[in-house]
Each structure stands twice: as structure tokens, then as C-alpha cells.
Ligand binder design. Sequence first.
Ligand code: SF4
Length: 348
Amino acid sequence: MKVEEILENARKAFKLTTKHFNNKITFERALFLGWYCNLKQPCKFCYMATQKDKIRDPRKARRRLESILAEAILMKRIGWKLEFISGGYGYTAKEINDIAEMVAYVQKCKQYLNVGVVDLDNINLNVIEGVVGAVETVSKDRDWICPGKPLDKIKDNLLKAKELGLKTGITIILGLGEKEEDIEKLLNLIEELDLDRITFYSLNPQKGTIFENKPSVTTIEYMNWVSSVRLNFPKIKIITGVWVDKIPMISPLIMSGSNVITKFPLFSIFGTKEAHWIEKEILSTGRELLGTFTDIDILAGKKVLEKTPYVEEEINISSENIKRVEELRENINERIESYVSKVLKRVV
Ligand code: SF4
């Protein structure tokens, strides 16, 4: 497609997004459970896969529960929805269920899962809003890039989730060798699965992977993917991820139909000049930003966020998990203080 067409599509996509989603942009962030994935054939772009041999005891590569719950509480405080609860493969259905219940309980809000093929028969669906499938790429090399995550199984899982009344989404990483003609394949997949949302990321090439010295996606290419999805699916939620080295991509992605910005290392840049720049990028499009990346008083709990994307819901979880959270309260509060003080040391 010629660049003029891409810009024209972005113009139309921006207008269409305003029509269906008003003028709001939000931040989201994945809640990670750990640094280990037990896929025998890991994905070829993945940082966790490069670390696998260095981890002797996988259980120690998991985050502590109080740290996960502290982060969930802080995310709500600053108005960032959890994009999904995520981890590598290797968690049992009970472990996923317990964590999802406890996160939903502390946030008073249902959650999305992105934890591989989900055993939906053994999860408390009352705390789940949706399931995300890590499709990653629609390039012809997908089976080679993600040998351990067959697309058919992901699709079956998403269709089952839909049947059970859950929302569904997929993740797509741009920069894995996809071609412009693959956009059509993505559009077909969205239609086939009747997806409610899609998350795009730009590849952050990792040292030790085959993509280490490869260029990632360009701004114009990224705009083309996002605006094509928006024009074909006006009501789908589009989440776009960029790393800190690609901040100037944010406003073009919003102009192309993105609703949500994700993928930032939250605590290491909260309140810094990069965080101010990110907010400015968003506001420069004329959109309204819910949530904050810069207000230290809100992060520290001294002030309450005025406009939040969170809508509190009734969350019912097992009494056993309520007890676990309440017994951990002190540790959770200590973790919250520790996250906040690290940010304060950096910016005040
Ligand atoms: S499933 Fe996720 S964590 Fe596991 S190798 Fe693939 S990208 Fe990495």
C-alpha cells in the first residue's frame, strides 16, 4: 500500500474510533507471574527462553504472591487496567484460578487471562472477563517461530471461551518477518474468532535470540496494521504496545485507531521525563487520558485519581483465597511501600 493510502486510512480510522469509543485513551499493563516458561519448544523471539537454562529451580522464578497483589492494587490506584494476567506455560489450572481470584478480589474487577490454553472447566469464570490467545504472528513462518503453541489449539480455546460467554482477544507481535499481505490473514482470523480485542506489540529484539540484530517494525507499517483492523472492525478494542525507545510511535498509533497504550516498564519510568513525554504524545492527539503515568501523589496514595477506567464489580471467590489475601495484607502493604519508594527515590 502506498504511504498516502496508509495516512488516509489512519485519518478515517481515527474518526471511526472517536465515533465508537468517544475520546478516551487508557494505559494497560500485563501482570506477570514469573520469569519461567516450561514450553519444550519455546518461541524464537522470547527473552524467557534465553533464560531457561540459567534457571535451576523454576519455582524460584515465580513472583511472590504479595508482590503480584501489590502491583494489582497500585495499578488500580493509578488507573491502569491489567491487560491480562500472564506467565509462561507451566502453571496448573488451580494456580491460575487462585491467582485470578485473588487479583480480582483486591481490584474488585474481573480479569483477562493470557496463560496458554486455559482449562476453562476448572477456573472460576465469575472472576474472568476474557481470555487472550498468544497468536504472536500470522506470517507464514508462525509454526517455526512458535513451535510450542499450535494455532489450532489457541483457536479452539478462544472459541470455547466465547461459547462460555467470555470475551476473547489475541496478541500479535510486529517485526517477526510478517509481510503486508499477511494483514488479510489477520482480518480473517479476527472475523473467524469474533474477537473483542487485539493487542499489537512492536518486537523488542532480545539479545540471544535470532531476532537480536533484526530491525523491528516501522511506524508506517505499524499504522497500516492498526488502521486496517480499525477500518474493518470499528468496535474492536485495539491495544498497542511500544517500548521506551519508540515513544514517538504513540501518537501515530492513536491516530490509526488505537484505544489503549501498553508495554511500559511502569515503576522504572513512572514520573520521569519519559513518562511525561508519553502522556504528552497521547494528549497531542486531542484525546483525553484516563489514568496517570506522572502523578506521584496518586501513586503514593495521597490523592485519589479523578477519572479511572475501573468499574467496580461484585467479585465472589473462595473463602480460602479471601483468607490467604487477608493473611498477606501486611506483606502486600510493605511491597506497595517498597514499589512507591523506589519511584520516589528516582524522581523526587
Ligand atoms: S509461551 Fe510465552 S513465555 Fe513461553 S516461550 Fe513463548 S513467548 Fe516465551
